[in-house]
Design a protein around this ligand. Sequence first.
Ligand SMILES: C[S@@+](CC[C@H](N)C(=O)[O-])C[C@H]1O[C@@H](n2cnc3c(N)ncnc32)[C@H](O)[C@@H]1O
Length: 1024
Amino acid sequence: MNPTDLETSPQIKTTDTARAIRDLCFIETQFPVSKMSMESYKERKANYSQTLTGLGKWWGRKPLVLCRAAILGLLLPATDDPTMDREVFLRLMTMDEEGLLRRKSKNIPIKELFKRLPPADRAGYFAPGSDEDEARFKKALSKEYKEELQKRVFLGLSYDERLEYCDRPEQIDGPSAESWQVINGHLGTNASSLPDLVAELGKRRFGHVPRVGDAFCGGGSIPFEAARLGCEAYGTDLNPVAALLTWAALNIVGGGPQVAAEVRRAQREIYDAVDRQVTLWGIEHRIEDVSAAEWKRLVRALEDGELTPGDIFRLVPRADAYLYCVEVVCPETGWTVPLAPSWVIGEKSRCIARLVPDRKRKRYAIEVHSGVGDVEMKAAKQGTVRDGYVVHPILEEQGKNPATTQQIRMAGRGKDPTAQHHESGLRLWENDDLVPRPDDVFQERLYCVRWMTAYERENAKGETVWDEEKEYRAATEHDIRREETTLRLLREQFHDWQAKGYLPSMRIESGYNTDQPIRERGWTHWHHLFNPRQLLGHGLIAQRPSALAARPRVAITLWLGILANRDSRIVRWVPSYGVETTADVFSNQALNTMLNWATRGITGYLSTFALGGGSILPSERCVAEPHDARSVSASCDSWITDPPYADAVNYHEVGDFFLSWYEGTIGSVFPEWYADSRRALAVVGSDDAFRRSMVDCYRNLAAHMPEHGLQVVMFTHQDAGVWADLSLILWAAGLRVTAAWCIATETGPATGEGNYVQGTVLLVLRKQTSEETTFLDEVYQEVEVEVRRQLNTMRSLDDAKDPNFGDTDYQLAAYAAALRVLTSRKIEEIDVAYELTKARTKGERSPVEELIERAVKIACDHLVPRGVDTHLWKSLSALERFYLKGLELESHGEHRVGVYQELARGFGVEEYKPLLASTKANETRLKTASEFSNKEMGDTGFGPTLVRHALFATCKTLETDGPRDGLNWLTTEVKDYASSRARILEILEYLSTLRHHASLPHWHKDAEAAAILAGALRNRQDNV
Ligand SMILES: C[S@@+](CC[C@H](N)C(=O)[O-])C[C@H]1O[C@@H](n2cnc3c(N)ncnc32)[C@H](O)[C@@H]1O
C-alpha cells in the first residue's frame, strides 16, 4: 500500500483496529464481484416474484441486491485492513457464512445430503441400506441432528449451490446481533439495523443522512433500495411511466402490508363490479345452454343481489379465452383465408383448428378438435402462412403459386379513395375504428373459444368442492352475436371513456418500434392495439378508480398496464405443453403484430396483478418525479445511475404503450407532472448527439453533488468494451473514474455458456476537482504504476479456494486503473469534450482514443498469465501475448467470442482470427499446435514469432513421435536461436502445463509433445 494512502481522513473517524484511508470508500478499493454475480442472477431468476417487477414492465431493471451493494459500498470506508472491510461488507449483505445460514429457507433433499456426506460419516445419520437412489434417515434421528446435518452439508457447498436453498438478502431482516458486533467493532459505529448504520456513516461522510439520487430511475430499483436502507431517495426519469413505477415502488410496495391490503381490497371490489357487469350483459356466458327465460331469471336474481356472478357460473359456462386470427382474400384463388403460422391450439389437450373448405362461399369453416393424433398435430403445425407466403388447401388443390402477405397488403392500396393509406398499402385506421372496415385488407375472425364449466367433486378430505373444466370449441353464431353486442356496448361508452381518460386516446407517434403496428396493420392510435372485448373489459376497470385515494388508484392504474401487456391484439397465444395461455406483449421489446392472438375472459384479469407485502418506507423522504436528467435541480450526495447507454431499448417509444393507459391518472393524481414521453429529449442511440446529451446529463449531475460526493454509473452490455467510450463521456462531464467492476447479471456466473452473458459494469466516479495539468508522457508512466498496484492489490485479496476475480475482472480492473490516472487531471495536449464530439472521418481516431488504447495496452501487458515469467512476457509480441493469454482464458472454461475480441482489442491486435480454431459464439477457442500444422508460418504476423516456432516444433514432435525433427527446426529456423533458446524453453514449458487441464482435452497430446520437446531442449542445453 502506498504510504500516502494511509493518511487518515478529516471526515472519516478511525477505529482502534483499522484506519480509514483518506475518504476512500469500500467500492473504490474492492467489490465481491463473483458473489455479487451469483446473487444478482438469483434475483433475476425469480422473475415475477422479484419485489418490484409485479408493478409493471420496465426494461433493464437492475437487481435490487446489486443496488444495495452499490449503496453500501459507497458509504463504507476503506480501511488499512481490506480483509476485515470485506468481511464487514459481506456481513452487511448477509453474504457471509452466518448470513447465508440465516437466509437458508429450504431443506437440502435427503438424497443430496447422503451424496454430499463422506461415506465414513453416513452411518451416523442414515438407515442401513441407504444409497444415493434411496436414502432414509436412521430411525429416531432427532430434529437437532437433522438440522446439524443440514448445516454441515450446506456449509460444504459452493456459494452458488448454497444460494439454491436461500432466500434473497432483502427477504430477511439484515445481519444478526453477532454480526452487528463485528460490524460496529470494525467501523466504530453503534448500529443495530441497516438504516441506523447508513445514518451514522452518512453523517460521518456527508454530515447528514445520505441523499441518494438516480436521474435515470426506470422501474425504481435504485431509489427503492436507497429508501429501504434508510437514505433519502430521489428518483427521476424522463419518462413519466418510469416515474410512476418508481413512485409506486416507494409508496405502494414501500407502503408495507397495510397499503398492500388496501390495494388488494380495492382491486377485489373493482373486479367484482366488473365481473357483475359483464355477467349482466351476458357477453361472456354460453347463455344458449339455458332457456331465454332461465337466463332472464338469473340476471334478475343477480340484479336483486340474490345471486352472485360465481353462482351464475355454476349454472352457465363462461369463456376464459378467445382466439382470433387475421383473414385475407387470396389473390390467386379469390378465397378468403384465415391466417396463422400454426393451427395448434393446445399441445397438452392436443387441440387443433381444422380448415374445412366451404366452396359455395369460397371461404373456410374452422372446426376445433381436441385429442387428435400425431398426424393431425403435425399437419396443424404447418399453418397458412409459411415464410411469408399464404398457403391454403384450395391454392394447393389448384396448383397455383402463393402470394406473400406483403403482396396482398399492397393489393388493397387505395380501395377507399376517401381514406388515408400507409405506404405499406394499408388504410390508416381512424380514432373511431374499433374493428376493421369491410373493405380493409386484414379482417379479423374469432375462431375458437375456451369455455370453463363448473362442476362439483369430492376432495381428498371427502368434502364437496367446486372445480372447473376447460374445453375449446369452435366459434358459433352465438359467439359472433356476443362479439357484436360487445362492440355495440363499447361504442356506447367509447367517446365518453376516451374523454375521461379511461381508454387510450393517444396517437402512435412514428418511430423505430412504433412504426411497426402502423406499417403492418394501419393502426394509428394506441387503443387500436386492443380489440372491443379488451377495451370494454379494461375500460370497466379504468372507470372505477377515480374515487380512490392516490395509492390504490395508482395501483389500479398499474394493473391496467400489466393487463394491457397480457391482453392485447398483439399478444401471442402460446399452445406449448402446460402453458396454453397468452404471452406478454413485451416478451421482447418490439411491437410485433400477430396473425393470430388471444383475448382473456374477465376471470383472467385478477391473476395479473399480485402485490406482495413490501416494506415500510418513510415516504416523506422519498421523491419520484419525471425530469430530464439535464434539468434535475435537486442535489444529492451520491448519484447512482443506470443510463440508457448502449441499450437498444427505445423507452420513449415502447413506454407509450403503457402511458396511453396511465395518462388520465397521471393528470389527476400528479397535476404537476407532464404526461408525455418527451421523445425529443430521450437519450438514445450512439452517435454524436447521444454523446453530447450524455455529457450534458452527467455534467448536470456532477454540478448537483458536493465536492466529496460520489457517483456509480452502471450499464449492462454484452460488449464490455463500450466501458471505455462511456468513461470518456463521463470524463468530459467533469468526473473522474476511481474504480470499475463487472458483475454478470444476466446469466449463470462463470458458466461460460452463451454469448448472451451480460455484464453490468459499475464505474465509480468522483468530481474532477484538480486544477493540475499534466503531460501525456507523464501519464503513461503513472498508468504503468497504477495498473501494477491495482492488480497486485486484487491478487493479494483473492482467495485461491474461493476466487472472487476472474480473468475479465483483472482485465477490467487494469483498465479502470488506467482510467483513474487518465481522468484524474487535465492533460495539456487534450480537450476531452471537444475531442468527444468532433466530427471525424471513418477510421480516424481521436487522440483521446489513442491515449485510452495505449493505456489499455499497458493494462494488458500486466495481465501476465500464471506460470509465464514477466521477463519472457515483456519480450513477446502482441499476437504472442494474445495467444498465451487466450490459452489461459480457455483453460478457465471461457469460450465467449466477445471475451476474445476484447482481449484482442486490449493487446491492440487486429489479425487474430487465424489463431482461432472456432469463432462460434460460445465455442471460441485457439488452435492447438497440431491444428496450426504448417499454417500461419512465414515472415509476417504470427509467423516469425517464438511462440509460433515452438508450436510448429511441438507439432513435428507429435507427428514424428519424437523430438528430433522439432529440435532440428528450432535450431536451424529460429533466428538468433542461441539467444532465444531460454525463452523457447519457457514457452514449451508453459504449453506443456496445458496437459493438466481437464477443460482442455484437445490439448493433451500436443501438451505432452511440448513436454517431451522441452525435456530434449533442456538436455541439449545441458550438453552445450
Ligand atoms: C436502463 S434504464 C434504467 C433502469 C433502472 N435502473 C431500473 O432498474 O429499472 C434507463 C432509463 O433512462 C431514461 N431516460 C432516457 N433519456 C433520459 C433523459 N434525458 N433524462 C432522464 N432519463 C432518461 C429511460 O426512460 C430509462 O428509464
